[in-house]
Each structure stands twice: as C-alpha cells, then as structure tokens.
Write a protein that binds this ligand. Structure first.
Ligand code: CU
Length: 116
C-alpha cells in the first residue's frame, strides 16, 4: 500500500517532466543575438525588421532605435551570426563593426545615412 502511494505521484511527476522536456527540445536550437547596427530612423527600423524576418532560420527581430541594437532570435541549425550580419550589411547597414554594402548604403534615403 505504501509503495503504491509512492509510485502514483512518481508516474505523474515523470509524465509532467517529459512534457516539459519536449518543449525544451524545440527551444534548444533557438539562440538570441544582439547586433549593433547603424540604423538612424523609423524607416531603417522598418527596413531591417521587415527584411531580416524573412531570412532563413529567423524567428524574431526587433530594433531598439535608441541603442541601434537589433535583437534577433534564430534557429542555430539553419543560420548563424555571420549570416545575419551579412544580411544586415546587404540592406545598407553596419552590423557589429562589419561595414554596410557601400552601393546599397549610397542609395539609402538621406535620413537613413549616418551623421558624418
Ligand atoms: Cu532610416
């Protein structure tokens, strides 16, 4: 009898734990990264957020204009920091010290250019 009282909560506990583990598994490959960009205004924010979200493996993107930090959540099986930084450079923005594509930067609206 006493054994049964022990086993029932144990079984319940185990099934609860494995449930939690499945969730942990699907989150396991998601990484977060903060990237310093050269974004200047709301237009830059829209360009970055609207484009980076469609890059392969990206789950979430948001830019803080005050700090120019782009926060990205991504699936590390599908992409990596270098690829994300390259994608930002291709849009005409510096990312963590990696310079923007000069051609694209040249064609950005004036409000999006860095103050010299
Ligand atoms: Cu801008």
């Amino acid at each position: 009898m006493h054994k049964l009282f022990l086993i029932i909560p144990l079984v319940l506990f185990c099934s609860l734990m494995s449930c939690g583990n499945n969730k942990a598994l699907s989150q396991k490959n998601i990484e977060g990264i903060s990237i310093k960009t050269s974004a200047q205004c709301g237009m830059c924010q829209k360009t970055l957020e609207d484009n980076i979200i469609y890059e392969k493996g990206i789950r979430a993107v948001s830019l803080d204009l005050d700090t120019q930090i782009l926060t990205v959540r991504y699936d590390k099986r599908k992409t990596n920091a270098d690829k994300i930084i390259a994608a930002i450079n291709k849009l005409g923005y510096d990312a963590n010290g990696s310079p923007a594509n000069a051609e694209v930067y040249k064609n950005l609206p004036d409000c999006c250019k860095k103050e010299e």
